[in-house]
Design a protein around this ligand. Structure first.
Ligand code: ZN
Length: 296
């Protein structure tokens, strides 16, 4: 099985690279667990002081891989939730608690500085990967979007939009599903720096090297101090509250269409992978077969 990420350590900096360029780094379940392993490895390596998260190919991340039929049971569970194999909302909530919400919460709390280096498109679940990092550096051609309202959901599972963009702009991003430029994201404070595409990796690494020159324990304390300030503003409760609304959306769609997203909102690029007139039928059958342990 090919790894979905690359991991390397150079001069105290762990470089984690999403590496499914043929899928525009869409995050499947395997990538989620391999990413978690890589973050853990970097967190536990005392020679690593800063972590950089980047992506191979033309885009940072196309988001969650909607075509993924693997259920998390193939991997060692990280959270304490249960009932993954159960039908209806019970299994779906369990899956998203495990692979999205609780995964993002633990990555956000890694007690070492993390930097996301985004280029090309960062869509939906890709935003979650960037947002859990402490700093975001973007290339001047980078764009960002959360288009999941069109799929019948209120926003991606890690609902940090109001903190990343401010409430009014968060609503606009969600209501329109528009792509926002790196320059606009920088103006709103979501992005720390915008640099030419060719300089993105070196800029992120040089920023990481400057941070790595600081004492490790003070870096941990500084990160924790800012995270705690955001926590007392209520971010964890707000994200969890939005997650329950997100699940209400999924449950409504499950009842109406038999799958957890509105078939009409499946992106055109993905529609091509569903030759049937009803993409919902294809997804439903693949997931049923995956749960039963048979090939769809
Ligand atoms: Zn979801």
């Amino acid at each position: 099985m090919t790894s979905t990420i690359r991991y390397e350590v150079v001069e105290g900096i762990a470089m984690i690279t999403l590496s499914r360029p043929e899928k525009r780094n869409a995050q499947n379940v395997r990538m989620t667990y391999e990413l978690n392993d890589a973050f853990d490895r970097a967190a536990r390596d005392d020679d690593v002081k800063v972590i950089v998260l980047a992506g191979d190919g033309p885009h940072f991340s196309a988001g969650h891989d909607l075509d993924d039929v693997v259920w998390h049971e193939e991997f060692e569970q990280v959270s304490t939730w249960g009932g993954y194999g159960e039908p209806g909302a019970e299994g779906w909530v369990a899956r998203e608690e495990e692979i999205y919400l609780q995964m993002c919460a633990r990555w956000r709390s890694i007690p070492k500085p993390t930097i996301a280096a985004c280029h090309g498109k960062t869509i939906g679940g890709g935003l979650m990967l960037a947002w859990v990092c402490d700093l975001i550096v973007a290339s001047d051609d980078a764009t960002f979007a959360d288009p999941v309202v069109a799929m019948g959901i209120c926003g991606v599972e890690w609902f940090a939009h109001p903190w990343e963009l401010g409430p009014r702009k968060a609503k606009e991003m969600l209501f329109t599903g528009d792509f926002w430029t790196a320059q606009e994201a920088h103006r709103l404070g979501m992005v720390n720096h915008v640099v030419p595409r060719a300089e993105l990796t070196e800029f992120a690494l040089s920023l990481a090297r400057r941070i790595a020159a600081q004492p490790m324990f003070a870096l941990r304390l500084a990160k924790e101090a800012v995270n705690q300030a955001v926590d007392v503003q209520g971010q964890p409760s707000a994200i969890r509250a939005a997650f329950t609304l997100h699940q209400l959306g999924h449950s409504h769609l499950l009842e109406r269409f038999g799958i957890c997203m509105d078939p009409a909102g499946i992106p055109p690029a993905l529609q091509e992978r569903f030759p049937s007139a009803e993409p919902g039928d294809v997804l439903r059958e693949r997931r049923r077969a995956a749960r039963a342990g048979t090939k769809p």
